[in-house]
Design a protein around this ligand. Sequence first.
Ligand code: 13P
Length: 255
Amino acid sequence: MRTPLIAGNWKMNCTLAEARELALAVVEAAKGLNDREVLLAPPFTALSATAKELAGESVILAGQNVAWEEKGAFTGEISPAMLKDVGAMAAIIGHSERRQIFGESEAMINARLRAALQAGLMGIFCIGESLEIREKGQADVEAWLKKQMEEGLRGVSAAAARRLVIAYEPIWAIGTGKTASQEQAQQAHAYLRLLLANMYDKSLAEEARIVYGGSVNPSNIDELMSQPDIDGALVGGAALDKEQFARIIQFQAAN
Ligand code: 13P
């Protein structure tokens, strides 16, 4: 059985005071929900303040990115050891904003993912197609996802892949209010699970969590979570609103 994971990606938002307040509200909302995991990814500046609010609680702390080197002259980067030192157990890697706005290549993302998993962090590996590819049809979407999976997971051993979470985030659905339909998301997730089975093995594919991201909100979370291959959500905008995020983590799947 896969434990559902609801993750809040705060992106470049939250002062320390805002981060503390939001983290506290999430801790309250997550109390007693033992059948799911909740994760928060604040900006680097708010990791420490958020960690203090999460101390002794089950909510997981994550970085929004991570470097592939341990330490040294890498201005602007944060290493896996630094994330662990501040209390983070996970890192988001390959977010489409990193790829599109900051030009991160498949090779960089692969190096980040390998380093994170190697260090024992949960690696939340983001992939997803553009609107242009989506409009070309399902075969093109699948070819794109296959390429991203193969390049991103190059050299990742089966043992390391057990700490992997795949986040399917179609670029056209991020921050646009356009969610993939539950059928579109389910179809992509089922395909990603098939790829994992081919790249690793069936049991790893069955155990791996594949979460959906892109305009997740209180009114679509229940139906998304009712799909057999959707194991959670990576939430942007709605994760910044305590009431909305509380409702999202309290999702009720129909099955
Ligand atoms: P939105 O939920 O704002 O669409 O963002 C999704 C996302 O990019 C999460 O990483």
